[in-house]
Structures are given as structure tokens and as C-alpha cells.
Design a protein around this ligand. Structure first.
Ligand code: ZN
Length: 500
């Protein structure tokens, strides 16, 4: 089998992967900001890196996968000051900031369980690592690459760029960045250069999330959390750092700069970035009013959706395109994915039920036998070639008609050798289920019937309550909960449910 090659954004080329510590891989992926619900755009990185995580383990590596939760911090976009999303949203929803953060963390976990994403080995939070962030900022200051202004601390990008390549990932040129000035924006006057970024921000009196520091009460800059937490759990240098392409600049450039100054070495050896999801050819965002939250995607409750799509359909849709290509979302594309996935499951189910029957002296069809073996072996080659899940799925689609023909009798079982037949069975369960992480959706294949049953039970519970038969109403709720269906009383007296 060939060696695993990864496209390394750092050198803009595919490179043979070697782990820093033989047999062990450290992987860090930038996690969600839990100031709101996850949307379609979040589905791609976490599904992509879930497959990377699964495949590395399949190859025999022991992987420590760290994915953070951003539950505090200062957000800058393209050098502009951005609002404190968490505090603002908490005020809007009349919640404690940590209450809000918990709510959206839970929702994130719920959605990604439905996508069948494996949990990371460690899921550190920014608020749980304030001390580590402060320590790292102190080190950067001691080394002369950060300065304090009015209780805030900024990283000196221009000084860093004198001896390091700032823009190494994104290909941006510092001189160009220095020219485009954002000085009219709030607080920019504190910075020596507009390209400098915050390591720590002084908290104004109205700021809710604040911590004591050597520079007064404040809160960390956004970028510093990933540098602090990755080094704490994976060491100063580790193997793979992943995230969406939109994070290359400024977030990942800043992570590299901070870590390199604090630790004197390049933080990650391989940088992987997934491309973006567009919606009907357009970038997703507020400007186009086309952001689709995951809950809306599952239920179909969004003006751009004709109906809801199951988590496995979305997972399959994401994996049908190589992670570095753009992926355009549309109802037609999702419906085609749904059909495609259905075809694969039917073939898989047929294959599971087939048992090999010996040839009785009849010859193997050498040509077909070789073709099937080649298609199976290629699946490994494709994943070794920078995780090309799209090509793996294409090969499974080539194999599906062969399986159906064996069932239909057009191809006789003995036309394949026993060895090839076993390879075929193994390839399907290994790639479809173990590595691509697809799973049959028993609940979702017949959602309308299930919904009907639950609505009936909700009705029965209401009736029990109205005749004050609390034992019966509690029994319905608890028994449903035992099978993973949670009922929820809404403020308007209605009742909703969620499937765990
Ligand atoms: Zn990060």
C-alpha cells in the first residue's frame, strides 16, 4: 500500500505524512464559537476532520485529537474590531454568559452526534484555560514581541515579520496589509501598526466575562487560546493542525506567530484546510440571508429548503466532494445525495446477506474478479492521496451494480473468487461504516411514522394530565426518555420532542 500523503497548506503541496512520535499523532482542530447555533458551514470541517481522525486510527496510529470550544474571547475579523458575540447574545437571550455557552455547546454536541462524528480526545474550553493564556502572553512580552496599551496587550506583527514569514499560510504580504489602514475603527489607535492583533483586551465596565491579569481586568484575544491549549495538550510542536480555509487569515497566521515566539519552533508540521460551502453558488452569510442552521437543515424549516435532510444525507453530501474543493449546496444536490446514499445502503444490505457459494468446478471470471479487486484496493490509495473520500464513494458506486447483479443472478457468485468476495465485503464495511462514518438511519428512514406515534403519545400524556393522572403522564415521559426521546413542555402550553 502507498504512503499517506497530505496536502500541507504550509508548503502548498502534498507531502508524505510522518508522525513526530512514531505511532502517535497529535491533531488540533479549531472548534466552534458557541455564541449561537451551528450552521451548515460548520458541518464541513468537523465531518472532514472526523474522517481524518478515523482514517489515521484505521492506519494504526494512536491519535490524540484536540478540538476546542471557544466560549470567551475577543474577536477580530480582517483586522477590524468585532463585537463580543457571547456577551451580546447572552444579554439578548437574558441568560448568564456561561448559561448561553452551555446551551450552544450542548446543541453542537447533539448535532455532531447525529452526524456520527467521534468525540475528540480532549475538548478544552477557552474559559478553562485563562491562566495558560496569560502565561503565554507573559512569555511573548518577555521576548519583546508584545506591548501593553491601556490594559490591553498587542502582538507586534511588524517586528515578528522582520525574522519570520507572517503570511506563510495565506500568502498575504505584510506590506500590503500595512498599507490598508483601518485606523478609523475603534481602539485601533492603541496599536503601533494596524496589523497588530490583541493577545489580551482590557474589559470595559459593561463587559460581562472578565478575569484578573497582570494588565488589569480583561479577557483573552481569540487567537491565543488555540496556541495555549494546543501546546498544553499536544506539546510545543505537533503533527496536524486543521480548520476551515476561512481561518487561515488572520486566525492561523496569528496562532503560528504567537506559538513560534513563545516556543521557538513551528507549532504544527502539517496544516490542513477544508474549503467552504456555498449556497446556490453564493457565499453563506448575513449579507445574503442564506445561513442555514443545522436544526433548520434537519427539519426543513428555512426559506431556502424544500424539506428537511437527514444528518447522514448531509454527511454523505460533504464526503462526496474532496475536502479542498468548494461544495455547492442546493436542494437538488441534497436530493441527489439522498438517492445516492440510498443506493449504497441497498447494495450494502444485499452484500451483508450474501454468503459465498463454492464454484463446483466452474471457472472464476478473471476479468471481473480483477476489476472488483482493483476497485477495492483503490479505496486505500484514494484515502492515502490526501483523503480523497469522493473517489472512494465513486468506487463504491462502481461496485454496487456488481453486488446487485449477484443478487439478481445475472452474475454468478462463483465468477468471483472466495478471496475477492471476502475483500468486497470487508471493503464495504471498512470504508462505508468505519472510515467514512456513515450509518444506517433506522429512525430517519421513516420519520413521519415515528412522528405520528410520538404525537399520539403526547396527546395521551396531555389527557392523563388533564384528569390529574400524574402517574400515567410521568410514565409516558420517562419511558420515552428511556428510548432516547425527550419531551419538552413549551411556554405556550404545547409540547415538543427531540430524539437523542
Ligand atoms: Zn484556532
Amino acid at each position: 500500500m502507498s504512503e499517506l500523503k497530505i496536502y500541507n497548506s504550509l508548503h502548498r503541496q502534498k507531502e508524505v505524512f510522518t508522525s513526530l512520535y512514531p505511532g502517535h499523532v497529535g491533531m488540533y482542530v479549531c472548534g466552534p464559537t458557541v455564541s449561537g447555533e451551528s450552521h451548515l458551514g460548520h458541518a464541513r470541517p468537523y465531518i472532514t476532520f472526523d474522517v481524518v481522525y478515523r482514517y489515521l486510527q484505521y492506519l494504526g496510529y494512536k491519535v490524540r485529537y484536540v478540538r476546542n470550544i471557544t466560549d470567551a474571547g475577543h474577536f477580530e475579523e480582517e483586522g477590524r474590531e468585532a463585537e463580543d458575540k457571547i456577551a451580546k447574545r447572552a444579554q439578548l437571550e437574558k441568560m448568564e454568559p456561561m448559561e448561553l455557552v452551555q446551551k450552544y455547546t450542548n446543541l453542537f454536541h447533539w448535532a455532531f452526534h447525529r452526524f456520527n462524528c467521534l468525540e475528540p480526545s480532549i475538548e478544552p474550553t477557552a474559559t478553562g484555560h485563562i491562566i495558560e493564556q496569560i502565561e503565554m502572553i507573559k512569555t511573548i512580552m518577555e521576548k519583546g514581541y508584545a506591548y501593553e496599551r491601556n490594559g490591553s496587550v498587542y502582538f507586534d506583527v511588524k517586528k515578528y515579520a522582520e525574522t519570520h514569514d507572517y503570511g506563510i499560510l495565506s500568502g498575504r504580504v505584510l506590506e500590503d496589509m500595512l498599507e490598508s489602514s483601518n485606523r478609523e475603527l475603534e481602539n485601533q489607535e492603541e496599536k503601533i501598526n494596524n496589523v497588530d492583533f490583541a493577545l489580551w483586551k482590557n474589559a470595559p465596565p459593561e463587559h460581562l466575562m472578565r478575569w484578573p491579569s497582570p494588565w488589569g481586568e480583561g479577557f483573552p484575544g481569540w487567537h491565543i487560546e488555540c496556541s495555549a491549549m494546543s501546546s498544553k495538550y499536544l506539546g510545543k510542536q505537533f503533527d496536524i493542525h486543521g480548520g476551515g480555509m476561512d481561518l487561515q487569515f488572520p486566525h492561523h497566521e496569528c496562532e503560528i506567530a504567537q506559538s513560534e515566539i513563545a516556543h521557538g519552533e513551528l507549532m504544527a508540521r502539517y496544516w490542513m484546510h477544508n474549503n467552504m460551502i456555498t449556497i446556490n453558488g453564493r457565499k453563506m452569510g448575513k449579507a445574503y440571508n442564506n445561513t442555514i442552521k443545522l436544526t433548520e437543515l434537519f427539519t426543513g424549516n428555512h426559506h431556502l429548503l424544500e424539506r428537511g435532510y437527514s444528518p447522514m444525507t448531509i454527511r454523505f453530501f460533504v464526503l462526496q466532494t474532496h475536502y479542498r474543493s468548494t461544495l455547492d449546496f442546493s436542494n437538488e444536490a441534497l436530493q441527489a445525495a439522498e438517492k445516492g446514499l440510498h443506493r449504497l445502503w441497498s447494495a450494502y444490505e444485499v452484500l451483508q446477506k450474501l454468503t459465498y457459494t463454492p464454484a463446483n468446478g466452474q471457472p472464476v471470471n478473471e476479468e471481473l474478479d480483477k476489476q472488483v479487486r482493483d476497485w477495492c484496493h483503490e479505496c486505500h490509495e484514494f484515502l492515502n492521496d490526501d483523503f480523497n473520500t469522493a473517489k472512494v464513494l465513486a468506487n463504491l458506486f462502481e461496485l454496487a451494480p456488481v453486488i446487485n447483479s449477484i443478487k439478481g443472478g445475472q452474475v454468478k457468485m462463483h465468477e468471483l473468487s472466495e478471496e475477492t468476495f471476502q475483500l468486497l465485503q470487508k471493503t464495504w464495511s471498512t470504508f462505508l461504516i468505519e472510515i467514512l462514518g456513515l450509518q444506517p438511519e433506522t429512525l430517519n428512514t421513516d420519520n413521519s411514522k415515528l412522528d405520528g406515534v410520538i404525537q399520539l403519545l403526547i396527546e395521551m400524556r396531555k389527557e392523563a394530565k388533564s384528569r390529574k393522572d400524574y402517574a400515567a403522564s410521568d410514565k409516558i415521559r420517562n419511558q420515552l426518555l428511556a428510548v432516547g426521546i425527550q419531551l419538552k413542555d413549551e411556554k405556550d402550553g404545547s409540547m415538543t420532542y427531540s430524539i437523542q
